[in-house]
Design a protein around this ligand. Structure first.
Ligand code: GLC
Length: 740
């Protein structure tokens, strides 16, 4: 029977509506209301979304669509995921598909101190404030993932990226990274702990195959990642470029099992840019988001460029032909959707803030508290602001921009207060004069471009200026140029570059009142040390650098920073540099961490080598005593807590803070061990002439070593010692105890 045309249309519209209603019921409501966002509710919602996603949509979510974003699913209202560097500030907007800035005018931010400075504060509460304020800026810049923190252990003073990381000790790095991550993620921004794992140098980073023992892997190189995952609940993690035991770390079978099976990581593994090299391995060994892959020009436009990624068309084809299971892409999408519900679709996240006074205050606070006073002969520091005195500030680092360069962590701050500006603003009575002294060269990317100014004239001028001054402050060190403190390659000399040593020696000849502001993210050769009366390690401090440096130089702030890594007297005193090329930098293919667990002070202690400056060392304008050190009992089992109590007295004439460090060692052991290892610390602030009783609590189970015979941790019974002091080489009290 022919249905009249009009009725036909009505029937068609009715069918369409029913289909839509049915389909509507199948397509889940993506949004989550406040209070609904319980884990169970989210997981159920994820299940319902995966059920209606096409295979093409799922695969598309697992790789980049641009330099710093991945696809969403528009038809379902699933948003894209946007990410940005970096660990100490939100990077300027990068072009959609090119390594160049997008030229925005609203992406200037607060540059916080580099993380080596944060580690030097030994202040976990401050790490949380740092993370929270940085996370506010990432939120305001509408990012979902902030590509930081970096926690790779400081193994060699040559590593170009040490300035971005938290030093040589796994306990310090673990203790500082957790509150930093929590602070960031309180904003509904995912932190992304990196680079997992064993990326401890930049030279040959994209190919070097690291061989290291299981003990050193688990006791030295993984703990900060494990803490980030299990204590920090980090929502994202970045794979590294290098190989481990012959397989790329970004999709490494061993590391994948440790991360997702053993540790229970439920977040997203983001590759480093171009660190994926195999569809099958990326699919099987845990890559959830493939970023930055070079497709050798296969992509002719920004649209189809990304179709050639390992987790793009090749992955889709492998699933369709049954070579790879669809379960693999489902797990990746589940993790990505979980990330989206923790960030973009999180109903509880704020709107963020940018360049606020609070952000500047925190940046200055971290900077001033992380600065380390290394030498202070004749109370050279603090320098009084007195009429009639002339202070000569000499050195390129007095004015050099230190937020540009250094690689992916470079920033475009709203402002950057230079050391010279900070000192000029603080010293109203003393006369500040300045000359450059030396010039490193105009480019942070190409060290071969010669300096523009005549080095001899700079040198001569510097001596002249030094002669006229009562006090000389030399602002030198390294910088963010290639082969200095920069990503992409390593330093090639341990000594200060750009003729600084010769200049310092010559300045000393005309003015003995010489102090050094050492702007570096690494240890450097210090043959020039006897020519100085005072040395301040000032790190890379970001937007508020000059103010923080002036705070400490003037005495407005009493320095309380402690070194997060050792300064060797000679490069070959360092563990990694004690075993020839195969140990560092490797032979171009393989590298062996022959020092094993003896990294940093562990090496100096055990080999009885005196460092120039030790891990945990830092002076104050005050003096402190540590006394009456006690332990709560003499014998402990694995479930007990070891409580160390002590008194700290400020015997100086001003307020200050001391970091009491508690190390533990086991002299007689069935396995090789370092003399002692940091297992706790407490930063105690004290007014002048006052005393406080404080304590550090250590879980006895945390004294276990990684037992390679059982591939798990073992707590050895027997005699141990506590070492309590204010530096790894300045122990005030040693107490014996038993584990039974
Ligand atoms: C770089 C870095 C990584 C950074 C990424 C994106 O190669 O290794 O730390 O987050 O690429 O810029």
């Amino acid at each position: 029977m022919r249905v009249p045309f009009k009725k036909n249309i009505i029937v068609f519209i009715l069918c369409l509506n029913i289909t839509c209603i049915l389909a509507q019921n199948k397509i889940p409501k993506i949004q989550v209301e406040k209070g609904e966002a319980t884990t169970a509710f989210i997981e159920a919602k994820i299940d319902s979304i995966i059920a209606v996603l096409t295979l093409e949509e799922k695969v598309a979510m697992t790789h980049a669509q641009s330099k710093f974003s991945t696809k969403g699913v528009a038809r379902l209202g699933i948003p894209e995921v946007w990410m940005s560097d970096g660990p100490h500030g939100v990077r300027e907007e990068i072009s959609w598909d090119a390594w160049e800035n997008a030229g925005w005018s609203n992406d200037s931010i607060t540059a916080f101190p580099a993380l080596t400075c944060l580690a030097a504060t030994f202040n976990p509460e401050l790490a949380n404030k740092y993370g929270y304020n940085l996370g506010e800026e990432a939120r305001y810049r509408e990012k979902d993932v902030l590509l930081g923190p970096g926690v790779n252990i400081y193994r060699t003073p040559f590593n170009g990226r040490n300035f971005e990381y938290l030093g040589e000790d796994p306990f310090l790095a673990s203790t500082m990274v957790v509150p930093y991550i929590k602070g960031i993620q309180e904003n509904g921004i995912a932190a992304c702990v990196k680079h997992f794992a064993l990326n401890n140098q930049e030279h040959w980073r994209d190919k070097i195959n690291v061989e290291v023992s299981d003990r050193a892997l688990h006791e030295i190189y993984l703990p900060a990642f494990k803490a980030a995952v299990q204590k920090g609940n980090v929502w994202a993690l970045m794979g590294a470029y290098n190989k481990f035991r012959g397989q790329y770390t970004t999709h490494n079978k061993i590391l994948h099992k440790i991360l997702k099976t053993d540790w229970g990581f439920d977040g997203v593994v983001i590759s480093d840019w171009s660190s994926v090299h195999s569809t099958k391995e990326a699919a099987l060994y845990g890559v959830d988001m493939e970023m930055g892959t070079g497709t050798d020009g296969l992509g002719t436009t920004t649209s189809n460029h990304y179709e050639h990624y390992y987790l793009a068309t090749p992955f889709l084809k492998a699933i369709k032909n049954g070579e790879l299971s669809e379960d693999l892409v489902n797990d990746k999408v589940r993790r990505i959707l979980r990330l989206i519900y923790r960030t973009n679709l999180n109903p509880d996240r704020g709107l963020g803030k940018l360049n606020t006074k609070q952000h500047h205050k925190v940046a200055r606070e971290v900077a001033a508290e992380g600065i380390v006073l290394l030498k202070n002969q004749d109370n050279f520091f603090p320098i009084q602001d007195k009429e009639g005195i002339t202070i000569a500030v000499i050195g390129e680092n007095a004015t050099r921009n230190m937020t540009q360069g250094g690689g992916s962590s470079q920033l475009k701050p709203l402002f950057e207060i230079s050391p010279l500006q900070g000192l000029k603003e603080r010293y109203k009575h003393a006369k500040i004069i300045h000359t450059m002294g030396y010039e490193s060269g105009p480019s942070v990317y190409d060290a071969t471009i010669p300096a523009a100014l005549n080095q001899d004239s700079l040198y001569v001028k510097a001596i002249e200026v030094a002669k006229k001054a009562d006090i000389v402050l030399f602002a030198g060190g390294l910088n963010k140029s290639y082969h200095q403190d920069s990503e992409g390659d390593d330093r090639e000399n341990f000594a200060l570059p750009y003729g600084q040593e010769k200049l310092i020696n010559s300045i000393y000849e005309v003015n003995k009142n010489l102090g050094f502001l050492l702007l570096t993210g690494n240890a450097v050769g210090m043959n020039w040390l006897p020519k100085t009366k005072g040395v301040i390690q000032t790190w890379y401090l970001g937007s508020m650098a000059g103010y923080a440096i002036a705070d400490v130089v003037s005495g407005d702030v009493n320095p309380s920073g402690k070194l997060p890594f050792s300064f060797p007297k000679e490069l070959n005193d360092n563990a990694a540099h004690s075993f020839g090329e195969i140990s560092y930098p490797g032979n171009g293919v393989d590298q062996e961490y022959k020092e094993d667990i003896f990294v940093g002070y562990r090496w100096f202690d055990t080999k009885k080598i005196e460092p120039q400056y030790a891990f945990g060392y830092g002076l104050s304008y005050s003096n402190f005593t540590i006394s009456d050190v006690k332990i709560n009992q003499a014998k402990f089992n694995k479930n007990d807590k070891i409580k160390v109590t002590f008194n700290v007295t400020n015997t100086g004439d001003r307020e200050g803070a001391e970091v009491v460090q508690v190390y533990v060692g086991k002299p007689k052991s069935k396995v090789k061990r370092a003399l002692k290892e940091l297992k706790g610390f407490a930063k105690i602030s004290l007014d002048k002439g006052t005393e406080k009783t404080a304590s550090v609590t250590i879980n006895a189970s945390d004294l276990a070593y990684y037992n390679t015979e059982i591939s798990d941790w073992s707590l050895e019974k027997g005699t141990y010692y506590l070492y309590v002091g204010n530096a790894s080489n300045n122990i005030k009290k040693k107490i014996k105890f038993i584990i039974y």
